[in-house]
Design a protein around this ligand. Structure first.
Ligand SMILES: [Zn+2]
Ligand SMILES: [Zn+2]
Length: 307
């Protein structure tokens, strides 16, 4: 292992009373040091990111590279199979994705979950240059989306409650930032967009009231993508008023296929996307408790374990 990221979806396990029997960490990145006897598509010394799921490799979902949706049951590294928070990790050969030479291990690791998730969601939104995109939530996924979109000349409105994360969003290219704790977010978005609302919206918090705000601040005929997972509470929306009568296109996006992982990494290098900048804290494996404390406290971008 060379780098292993911390992700918001680690928290339920981090806070659980009974420890998991599997090693955590689902953003693994490293160097091949040993090969199984039948492996012939990789070599010792290869730098790889891990698409952190295994599947049957026979079903329709596995065939398109989405082993996380395997129709015969998936294993998730870091949750139902050992993950990246260890010195060496044993993985099936097909989960290893070779990295571009100038991609750092830390960026490779974050691409293997949070940043790759932002990349796929932006692909689904398919936003033209100079259009406006509101991104609700500036944790590691939202910040990655801000970095990709701003690098592609999209006008990003970054929304969060945390000043540290908002400043980081600004530093990596957000055109506008809104602290939704201190401001009326809907009014601010309307001010920025000549009272129309944002043409494109990405919701990355999963909080019911924020999901509603995301729908309400999207312009007529606009497109919204839900990315943030349920926060444990049901979300109530009015489909007629909030979607149908506004002629919205509403999408969902969950993680990414193995091909997108390779594409995301290439895109970061080819377009100089400042993903390195969102990795604000690095620790070694012995300091992992401290790493999770900082991540939970939220005064950070991406938190990374490095070797
Ligand atoms: Zn994750
Ligand atoms: Zn399958």
């Amino acid at each position: 292992m060379k780098a292993s990221g911390l992700c918001g979806s680690d928290f339920p396990k981090y806070r659980a009373e009974t420890p998991s029997k599997f090693v955590g960490g689902h953003e693994p990145c490293g160097i091949i040091t040993e090969l199984g006897s039948n492996v012939n598509n990789l070599s010792i010394g290869d730098r790889v990111m891990i698409h952190h799921y295994s599947g049957c490799r026979k079903c329709k979902m596995c065939n398109i590279g989405y082993t996380q949706m395997c129709l015969n049951g998936t294993k998730v590294f870091g949750t139902t199979y050992n993950g990246g928070h260890q010195d060496y990790m044993k993985v099936p050969d097909y989960t290893c994705v070779p990295m571009p030479d100038n991609l750092s291990f830390a960026v490779g690791a974050t691409t293997a979950c949070g940043t790759g998730t932002a990349y796929q969601a932006l692909g689904k939104l398919n936003i033209p240059k100079r259009a406006t995109l509101a991104i609700f939530g500036q944790g590691p996924v939202g910040l990655s989306a801000t970095a990709f979109a701003a690098a592609n000349q999209i006008n990003v409105i970054a929304i969060d409650v945390n000043p540290y994360r908002l400043q980081l969003a600004k530093d990596i290219g957000a055109k506008y930032i809104i602290n939704s704790k201190q401001n009326n977010t809907l009014d601010n978005i309307l001010d920025i967009t000549s009272s129309e609302g944002s043409e494109y919206t990405m919701e990355v918090t999963g909080i019911p009231s924020v999901r509603n705000l995301a729908l309400n601040s999207t312009a007529n005929w606009g497109t919204l993508c839900f990315v943030g997972e349920d926060s444990g509470k049901d979300t109530t929306i009015q489909i007629s008023a909030q979607i149908i009568h506004k002629q919205l296109t509403v999408k969902g996006s969950w993680t990414f296929g193995i091909n997108e992982l390779e594409n995301a990494a290439k895109h970061i290098i080819d377009n100089n996307v400042p993903i390195e900048q969102i990795i604000t804290h690095k620790f070694n494996l012995k300091e992992i408790a401290q790493a999770y404390e900082i991540f939970e406290n939220g005064e950070c971008g991406k938190v990374m374990i490095e070797w």
